[in-house]
Write a protein that binds this ligand. Structure first.
Ligand SMILES: C[S@@+](CC[C@H](N)C(=O)[O-])C[C@H]1O[C@@H](n2cnc3c(N)ncnc32)[C@H](O)[C@@H]1O
Length: 217
């Protein structure tokens, strides 16, 4: 049961700039609570005022490592103990490789970067398969998937929302009777959750499928 830490932290924040939609806090708690106090490694794409990195560090607790990546070099000032910031674009393989070279075991990713479709899809492609097997990949502010200026549009091929919808089929590929190849995504993904402006991918190796029948006397 959540103690409401994140929302309280947000409301009482008098430190670095922090900008979040209030309904995100329940979503964060639902998917991230299990990592608290377990020394996870979290990568947030998009640092801006540094407030969210500080919040994640407090939330995840001692031993956690919080990494930020941002295209703006000024974000570097938001580094702190346990908080490291890489400067570069979220779709640049070199910067993502540099992050994995130093932090090979990433548990949580939150994409709050450019919110541009091709960047969101590129980051997912560069990161998802390399995360820890029980990790969580969250993308927020996905309302931009419906906005042309971000490369989005309702049911527009190339929007992150369409990309995520296709992933539902990939998740179920073993049942598609060969119509869809069983991909690494199929084998490594447990669930997708769609919320207002947030999409969450929960990783977990898909196990042996069993459908036993039980019956009373
Ligand atoms: C919405 S803000 C991040 C807010 C922060 N996560 C928070 O909750 O307070 C988006 C950030 O993404 C950064 N950004 C924009 N394009 C980017 C890109 N291609 N790669 C990485 N960061 C980018 C911007 O410089 C900006 O700081």
């Amino acid at each position: 049961m959540s103690d409401g830490f994140l929302h309280k932290y947000f409301l009482n924040n008098s430190h670095k700039r922090l900008h979040k939609w209030v309904h995100y806090f329940d979503i964060y708690d639902r998917h991230l609570e299990r990592f608290r106090g377990k020394s996870p490694v979290m990568l947030e794409i998009g640092v801006m005022g540094g407030g969210s990195l500080a919040m994640w560090k407090e939330y995840l607790g001692e031993g956690s490592r919080v990494i930020g990546v941002d295209i703006n070099p000024e974000c570097k000032v938001h580094e702190a103990p346990g908080v490291e910031i890489f400067i570069g674009s979220q779709d640049d393989p070199a910067i993502i490789n540099a992050i994995f070279a130093k932090y090979p075991e990433i548990d949580i990713v939150l994409d709050d970067g450019s919110h541009v479709m091709k960047h969101m899809i590129a980051s997912f492609g560069l990161i998802y398969d390399r995360m820890k097997p029980n990790g969580v990949y969250m993308v927020e502010d996905t309302h931009t998937c419906y906005w042309q200026e971000f490369g989005g549009g309702l049911r527009r091929e190339g929007s992150f929302m369409e990309f995520a919808k296709h992933k539902i089929d990939e998740l179920n590929a073993v049942h598609a009777r060969g119509a869809l190849p069983v991909a690494e995504f199929t084998r490594s993904t447990d669930s997708l959750s769609f919320y207002d402006s947030v999409v969450v991918f929960e990783r977990r190796r898909q196990g042996q499928r069993q459908a036993p029948i039980t019956q009373g006397l």
